[in-house]
Ligand binder design. Sequence first.
Ligand SMILES: NC(=O)C1=CN([C@@H]2O[C@H](COP(=O)(O)OP(=O)(O)OC[C@H]3O[C@@H](n4cnc5c(N)ncnc54)[C@H](OP(=O)(O)O)[C@@H]3O)[C@@H](O)[C@H]2O)C=CC1
Ligand SMILES: CC(=O)N[C@@H](CCC(=O)OP(=O)(O)O)C(=O)O
Length: 326
Amino acid sequence: MKSIAIIGASGYTGAQITALIHSEAQLSIQGLYVSEGSADKGKPLAELYPVYSHIDLCLSPLTEEAKHQIVQDADAVVLATEHSVSLHLAAWFYAQGLAVFDLSGAYRFADTAQYPKWYGFEHAHPQVLAEAVYGLAEWNAEAIAKTRMIAVPGCYPTASLCALKPLKHLLTDAWPVINAVSGVTGAGRKAQLHTSFCEVSLTPYGVLGHRHQPEIASQLGQEVIFTPHLGNFKRGILATITVQLKPGTLSRDVAQAYSVYDDAPLVTVKQNQFPKVDDVVHTPNCHIGWKFDELSGYLVVSSAIDNLMKGAASQALQCIKIHFGL
Ligand SMILES: NC(=O)C1=CN([C@@H]2O[C@H](COP(=O)(O)OP(=O)(O)OC[C@H]3O[C@@H](n4cnc5c(N)ncnc54)[C@H](OP(=O)(O)O)[C@@H]3O)[C@@H](O)[C@H]2O)C=CC1
Ligand SMILES: CC(=O)N[C@@H](CCC(=O)OP(=O)(O)O)C(=O)O
């Protein structure tokens, strides 16, 4: 039995991973935490999320005393907190010997020079960063098993990389073009004008400047064009990618490339059949569909996930299970 503390448990990804861990026989929840000054401290999680009324746990403030208690009791922490909060909490818990599963972007780039540009801070913990492994579960299982510092990927990068990584040997210098639409939960639970009901309407954002572009590029080893869109639905991401493959590539080469997922129970790949967000929402699955034009060499591939599940919480659970050999 492994004991896990969940920090940021009142947020969308934190509540989701709480529900997932709660239903795992080999995992227990050490505690649920919010910030010291949180308006939700002391409240039962079920008061915020009645759908989780079967989970009889309250949200505790993350005081210094609570942090030391976590170190005493828990094997691991899940950080479902914003990047600048995770940055320091991850380093502290890692130094105390716990395994850290960080849902934020604070440990996803190996190169410290990327952080001021994309996250607005200097990386204060380069030695911990040097230990961090990118938790793309189907691709990095060996490293996830070996290290205690796991940077769980972003939601758009998960959808995009699951579709693109199998094709790496078929890519040319041409940049894959990724257009992706996310549900509004991707922006978190806190109130913001652009995610309020009357403001949300399908639109691109972060054009030629979203932090997930360098995250995808660094993990793929190839530049990409990435354009995220906010959609008027709650959960889910659909990334549709257009890319020209090496001259002479045949459909059977693409099929062969995607056969890498034949033994991956959570990733389903179909030729000439495209995924729908509704089929993956509330599941840990990734559905990929592709069509290839042998004449022009252009491939169109779509990848659908639930941003709160495979894009965050269920992928973190995959990492926890891989790490602890469950
Ligand atoms: N939403 C998504 O689809 C995805 C999100 N992520 C990443 O996961 C992380 C969490 O995202 P999300 O769940 O959407 O965010 P939310 O805004 O919904 O939740 C943030 C949580 O952090 C808590 N919190 C804030 N400050 C502190 C602190 N100092 N100490 C402890 N807890 C704190 C908040 O509670 P309170 O403020 O009351 O203390 C809340 O519980 C982010 O880094 C995000 O970028 C990654 C992939 C997908
Ligand atoms: C719709 C929406 O706003 N989505 C978020 C991405 C959420 C995510 O993947 O989180 P990380 O910040 O952990 O990478 C965004 O574009 O910033």
